[in-house]
Design a protein around this ligand. Structure first.
Ligand SMILES: O=C(O)c1ccccc1NCC(=O)[C@H](O)[C@H](O)COP(=O)(O)O
Length: 202
């Protein structure tokens, strides 16, 4: 069965939607104040308390410092998703499993992360994460697959996710904007339920 990650969770009510839908991962954007979805470590700690223990919590970060990584680990968040570059030294310091996110317009570093055991999965994302924009999925056709899981992201929603699966060979899908309210503030219960159900059918 395919994996599904709902990203950019900011409130308790949204955690309940993720629990109800039965996603595999719940992402929380941290240490990135430019994002409208950014939350504090304290808020993330309170959200994971009500998360179904079968759902994996993920701290979503952009080039985090070691101090920030330590705060995430201490908060009990289970995985860290990293956008941007991570040095070899920093990677070796991380104690929780990593999901490495790639901007599909720059896959040059992809090979390097194959070697790192701490990296358990990949996310192939659009140029600007969380922008709700798709990309040409055919760029993924030459990517070599390994034992790590691969999630597709970037502008996915309940209506296009089946088409995205048909065009790629990924293990699952990740969304944020595609399950938000029409106002763009907060998540929509019905869209989350439909997104998860449509991914699980794949
Ligand atoms: O969501 C953000 O604002 C964000 C900011 C900085 C780094 C990552 C961010 N989100 C990462 C995600 O995993 C999103 O789910 C992914 O990029 C898909 O986003 P969307 O196109 O909105 O579905």
């Amino acid at each position: 069965m395919s994996l599904v990650k709902i990203c950019g969770i900011t409130e308790e009510q949204e955690v309940e939607y993720v629990n109800e839908a039965g996603a595999d991962f719940m992402g929380m954007v941290m240490f990135f104040p430019k994002s409208k979805r950014n939350i504090t470590v304290e808020k993330a700690s309170s959200l994971i308390k009500i998360l179904n223990p079968e759902i994996t919590s993920v701290a979503v970060t952009v080039e985090p410092t070691l101090d920030q990584i330590r705060e995430i680990e201490a908060a009990g968040i289970q995985m860290i998703q990293i956008h941007g570059d991570v040095s070899e030294e920093l990677l070796q310091e991380i104690r929780i499993p990593v999901i490495k996110a790639f901007n599909v317009h720059d896959l040059s570093s992809y090979e390097r992360y194959h070697q790192a055991d701490i990296v358990k999965g990949y996310i192939f994302d659009a140029q600007t994460p969380g922008s709700g924009k798709t990309f040409n999925w055919s760029v993924l056709s030459d990517i070599p697959h390994d034992e790590k899981f691969a999630l597709l992201a970037g502008g996915l929603n309940p209506d296009n996710v089946a088409e995205a699966f048909a065009a790629t060979h990924v293990d699952g899908a990740d969304t944020s904007s595609g399950v938000e309210n029409d106002t763009g503030i907060g998540k929509d219960r019905e869209k989350i339920l439909r997104f998860v159900a449509n991914v699980k059918k794949q």
